[in-house]
Design a protein around this ligand. Structure first.
Ligand code: SAM
Ligand SMILES: O=c1cc(-c2ccc(O)cc2)oc2c(O)c(O)ccc12
Length: 318
């Protein structure tokens, strides 16, 4: 059956296609804003607007180039421009630009730097080859080894991953401990399997001080993890043995793996917890096919990241 488009739809398509033609510019310019520390400098101006000469001098940037960068970011509502006196305008922060401050609350800087790193971008060029073949992930095709092996041999990339995961952990754990507080009642010890740098458990133990935390991850991740009160770090391989605890927690781990590997991880969790009272708590992004939820775009993008990086798909799809 032929589907007819209205002339308005066709006109809109002529506009929309440019979003994809120039899609990469958003990530690139946001990364540039982070590197220049635009949000940090504006924040240190005590909420007062900064004019172009003031901002370019504080950042040691060329004013005409900074003007164009700011025009782009303001159009996308990342920063705001307000009137200063009769003649001039100045730049100020927005809720979005505050997430681009290096040490801001809920900073997403580390996540942007991971996703825009050359190591992460290379596999995207092999996505169609991945769809046509049944072998390794696009990451392995691009770099010759899987993400975790690559990270263990490249400390700078390992840090990018762990810092990015910590960004997500801070946001996710503040919501999880608020909304699902009851899940953690009565748990004496909890092992976070693939827990990264321990941020997740650091936050959990602070909110639920009756829990003794065991942060379990690959040895190269544990060797650079930070210290957290009430959290012990253990290095190892979750496919071999997971430290014993009353409960096992898995966040953003199962979606990295295929079905057979997930079954093996879950079996190892089963061996680590008490047979009668043990709990396995799983925190994952869910794509709900039926409903339009606020984070649907993010979930679908994350699914593509899984496909490019690990070769997996979100499990609830099938
Ligand atoms: C996507 S990250 C999630 C980190 C953390 N759970 C979070 O949500 O912030 C997956 C973690 O699994 C860890 N991992 C991968 N293979 C592992 C293995 N065989 N044994 C233990 N941890 C592993 C990685 O090092 C990484 O820290
Ligand atoms: O957003 C990501 C990114 C990665 C990732 C990190 C480093 C690489 O060299 C490739 C991919 O991995 C993720 C992941 O495993 C996950 O569970 C969620 C998000 C991401």
């Amino acid at each position: 059956m032929e589907s007819k488009c209205s002339s308005e739809e066709e006109a809109q398509a002529q506009v929309d296609i440019w979003k994809y033609v120039f899609g990469f510019t958003e990530m690139a310019v946001v990364k540039c804003a982070i590197e220049l520390r635009i949000a940090d400098v504006l924040e240190s101006h005590d909420g007062r607007p900064m004019t172009l000469p003031e901002l370019s001098s504080a950042l040691s940037c060329s004013p005409p180039i900074l003007y164009r960068i700011m025009r782009f970011l303001i159009h996308r509502k990342i920063f705001k421009e307000i009137r200063v006196g009769q003649e001039s305008t100045g730049y100020v922060q927005s809720p979005l630009s505050r997430l681009l401050m290096k040490n801001g609350d809920n900073s997403m800087v580390a996540f942007v730097l991971l996703e825009s790193s050359p190591v992460m971008l290379a596999p995207w060029h092999g996505l169609s080859a991945r769809a046509l073949a049944t072998g390794a992930s696009a990451f392995t095709a691009a770099h010759g080894e899987d993400v975790w092996r690559y990270a263990s041999a490249n400390p700078a990339h390992n840090k990018l991953i762990n810092d990015a995961m910590a960004c997500h952990a801070r946001v996710a754990m503040s919501a999880i401990t608020e909304i699902y507080a009851d899940v953690f009642k009565g748990i004496g010890s909890l092992v976070d399997v693939g827990g990264g740098d321990g941020t997740t458990l650091g936050i959990l133990v602070k909110k639920c001080p009756w829990i003794r935390g065991i942060n379990f991850d690959l040895p190269h991740v544990i060797s650079s993890a930070q210290n957290w009160d009430g959290v012990e770090h253990v290095g190892g391989n979750m496919f071999e043995k997971i430290p014993k605890a009353d409960a096992a927690f898995l966040m953003w781990v199962l979606h990295d793996w295929g079905d057979d590997e997930c079954i093996n991880i879950l079996k190892k969790c089963r061996e680590a917890i008490p047979g009668d009272t043990g709990k396995v708590i799983i925190a994952e992004a869910v794509i709900d096919e039926g409903e339009e939820d606020t984070f649907k775009d993010v979930g679908l993008a994350l699914d593509m990241v899984m496909m490019a990086s690990h070769g997996q798909r979100k499990r609830e799809d099938f």
